[in-house]
Design a protein around this ligand. Structure first.
Ligand code: M6R
Length: 622
């Protein structure tokens, strides 16, 4: 979704505009439809705002790569339209009429109509359809009304704003300064004081934007404010009192957010899966045993007393949870209910029976997932977050945190984070089964050994990518694809289908194979591609029967199974084999060909693999 960058640099140091454009470039992956920057020219004292609709390249060219907007302090934004169409007028930064307050905003201001009406009664006029313009003018209103400092003016505005926001604001009367505030939308501040030209203070809504400049960052907390100058940052609470925030060092390598020789981030991230899996396993395996010590600093999770688990997540994270449900229920015999986070709170869930509510999220910022977590906390249920981004809001608010060690994921279509989420869920299942006395030490050790084989098995699966590439080229004009499977294979189908639709724009559905006859089979016509996933021995023959049923209605069959099941070729025209592990872990290898197939199909259709239309990497609004 939207991205924010800011830079308060030293006079004579690095110019702000190229830094802002560079930072925005790193945030492109989040999805956007327009972009803009505001930089204060220290000679004229004026702040220039330049905006462009469409790709960032438009803004880069319009500003002559930043050269046309001189100055050492500025803010930038990539907008993903919510209020008002994508246009230059609606793009950020927005400004008060006299240019007194200029700002950018991520999130949604729910009561913007009411605030706008109030401001109009005080003779404010509006040029855009955005909620952001309302926020900026509200800050301007309080600034002028009380002749307060920027911190007071922002605080007055914030207590009246309902919704979510990360705000970065510059005031005409305060040259060289940027003010930031946040609620439910991430904001980090990075500082460099190394004597180098790019010394100064950085602001960003996401780590990759500033990773090439600094790894020392402050995570701005809920309803906290920051004042940035070239020399550092000062933090305040809603009362305007100064507070202190501990800095954190980002462990990601500076080049982790680069393509590293691959044509697309997605392909790079697909290839990083063995490492993501290995790193995640290594973080929790100590001397042949699983140690799920939470990173939240709380006491370790006591799985022996867990009676029922609820999981809330969105998109692929929800699919990982669906796979986790099968594994946990089968191994540890703990009932697991998986909810779409966007549905969770609105069904007024009965939570008393849950010993644990877990949320799964790559970004740790997904609005619905965060809301589910907060609801569980409000109701007093212990919460566990399975999160990739260190220091994200979900990670900071959950009682227990188990990080996935996938590193930064840039492509909108998740691959390595999903794979790492599966690993955490397997670890939970195995450890719970052991702590509950359902499996003995031998089985426990065997399962751990099987998990340790996953990275190599994924590597071997990746080695076979040319076959998938060939198949994708053949099917690039497909209009509908159905993925069918049973049990754990159904969970794999859901994820395979999502990968397909989000980056190829081909209509696809992941279906429980046994459900086909209850409606969907009427959609099968000659040539329809049906992908059967068969990694579960006990369900193998049942799914074969379903495949044969659709084949006799004209479907073209692709089969996905483990090595050794060569009889599948009797039914399916194209079969992909993956190394078999303990069947409970087969999702980890089976998902790889499906990710590759979506990738190659997207490529063959000439689409933007990493930034599919209408999608954003992190969905921070409802
Ligand atoms: O950051 P999160 O894991 O909470 O994001 C959840 C979904 O938005 C995400 O998995 C989405 O479905 C991916 N684009 C799928 O590839």
């Amino acid at each position: 979704m939207c991205g924010i960058v800011g830079f308060a640099g030293k006079q004579g140091g690095e110019q702000a505009a190229p830094i802002l454009l560079g930072g925005l470039k790193k945030l492109e992956y989040r999805g956007y439809d327009s972009a803009g920057i505001a930089v204060r020219d220290d000679v004229s004292g004026e702040t220039r705002i330049v905006k462009a609709k469409g790709r960032l390249a438009m803004l880069v060219s319009k500003t002559d790569e930043g050269r046309a907007v001189p100055g050492f302090c500025g803010i930038g934004h990539t907008r993903w339209a919510t209020h008002g169409e994508p246009s230059e007028l609606n793009a950020h930064p927005h400004t008060s009429e006299d240019g007194n307050v200029i700002g950018v905003h991520n999130g949604i201001i729910e009561n913007y109509q009411e605030l706008k009406a109030k401001l109009m009664r005080h003779n404010y006029t509006f040029y855009s359809e955005t909620d952001t313009e309302v926020a900026i003018k509200l800050i301007d209103y309080y600034y002028k009304k009380y002749l307060h400092t920027p911190v007071d003016a922002i605080n007055h505005a914030l207590v009246r704003i309902r919704g979510s926001y990360a705000l970065a604001v510059m005031f005409k009367d305060y040259p060289g300064e940027i003010y930031a505030a946040r609620k439910d939308s991430p904001m980090i501040i990075g500082v460099t004081q190394n004597g180098s030209k790019d010394d100064g203070t950085y602001l960003a809504s996401d780590v990759p934007a500033i990773l090439s400049h600094t790894r020392e960052v402050y995570y701005l907390g809920e309803l906290q404010l920051a004042r940035l100058t070239a020399d550092g940052a000062t933090f305040y609470n809603l009362d305007g009192d100064e507070i202190s925030i501990e800095p954190t060092t980002i462990e990601w390598e500076a080049d982790a957010a680069e393509k590293g020789g691959f044509e697309h981030f997605m392909m790079k991230e697909i290839h990083e899966q063995p490492k993501a899996i290995r790193d995640t396993l290594n973080a929790y395996l100590k001397e042949g045993q699983i140690n799920l010590a939470s990173e939240s600093g709380s006491a370790p999770l006591d799985l022996s007393s867990v009676r029922r688990i609820g999981v809330a997540a969105c998109g692929s994270a929800w699919h990982a949870a669906m796979a986790g449900k099968y594994v946990i229920e089968k191994l540890a015999r703990i009932p697991v209910d998986v909810d779409l986070a966007s549905e969770f709170r609105y069904r007024d869930p009965i939570l008393d029976e849950y010993s644990l509510i877990a949320v799964v999220s790559q970004s740790g910022e997904t609005a619905d997932t965060l809301a589910a977590l907060r609801l569980a906390k409000e109701r007093g249920i212990p919460t566990l977050a399975i999160v990739n981004v260190v220091g994200s809001t979900i990670a900071r608010e959950a009682d227990y945190v188990l990080y996935t060690y996938a590193g930064p994921e840039i492509a909108v279509a998740t691959t390595k984070a999903y794979s790492a989420q599966l690993i955490i869920l397997y670890l939970l299942a195995v450890q719970a089964a052991y702590e509950k006395g359902i499996i003995n030490l031998d089985r426990y050790s065997a399962l751990i050994q099987s998990m340790q084989q996953i990275p190599n098995a994924v590597e071997r699966t990746l080695d076979n990518k040319e076959r998938i590439q060939w198949f994708a080229a053949k099917y690039s004009s497909a209009q509908n694809v159905y993925f069918i499977g049973r049990g754990l294979d159904y969970a794999i189908c859901l994820e395979g289908s999502l990968k397909m639709k989000e980056i190829t724009y081909i209509h696809s559905e992941g279906y429980a194979a046994g459900e086909l006859k209850h409606g969907t089979i009427s959609l099968i016509e000659p040539g329809t591609l049906v992908v059967g996933v068969l990694t579960q021995e006990d369900l193998y023959e049942k799914t074969i029967s379903n495949l044969v049923e659709v084949k006799s209605r004209g479907a073209y069959l692709m089969g996905l199974t483990t090595f050794g099941h060569y009889d599948l070729e009797d039914s399916a025209s194209f079969v992909v084999y993956v190394p078999g592990l303990d069947p409970l872990f087969n999702a980890s290898t089976a998902i790889i060909p499906l990710q590759l197939m979506a990738y190659y199909l997207s490529l063959a259709r000439g689409l933007d693999v990493d930034k599919p239309r209408n999608l954003a990497k992190s969905v921070t609004v409802e």
